[in-house]
Ligand binder design. Sequence first.
Ligand code: ZN
Length: 247
Amino acid sequence: MRFLVLSDIHSNGTALDAVLVAAKGRWEKAVCLGDVVGYGPDPNEVIARVREVATVFVRGNHDKAVSRPASGDDLNPLAKAAVDWTRAQLRPEYLKFLEDLPPGPVTADSIALVHGAYNDEDEYVFSPAQALSGLLEASLPVTFFGHTHFQGGFSYRGDRLEVIQLKVHPGAGFAALRIEAGTRYLLNPGSIGQPRDGDARAAFAIADIDHGVVEFWRVPYDIAAVQERMKKVGLPEPLVLRIAFGR
Ligand code: ZN
């Protein structure tokens, strides 16, 4: 089974379209690690599109904050402003879709899916120390997570925990990681709609666990077009600026 792994789309329809074009014909089942909405200008369009494509979802903290307002109190003021704007735009059926999304962990055949840490959807996994419990507790050897918007991850074998850092060179499309038997992985496909690892291109992954390969992809998209739409609807200026830097 070849999985298309989508995460942190954050209402960026242009980035999602670029990802689906690049991934066309390369996957059999699409999964989504949450944060479908928040930050970007296209919440209704993105939900409509991702529901056509993905069959397994976990919810993200922004999905939760939009559909369950009391849960968004710990968001920073900019994120909160985007959450409130998103809630006001959404069609009722899409608000219900977000409300019904399950928290992780969820399994999809041979992979496990979470939004943040393995047992806490709101916790960020940036460091090996933060990754360790998930690597040990996950029900399957390969777990995908999102939330940090950093592409890469962690592996654990014997008593060695290693950080997986990848560099997708301009024009290369993807960097491949070989999945070894007997090793456990916590892998982040990166963010489609708001990367923060210093590379502004949309990020996603294609995982072929049967053949032991995960491809970490980056694709360019029309960032200026998204910034124009964000300005037009009055989303906060810092959110408009940051997508150009991937920070
Ligand atoms: Zn996110």
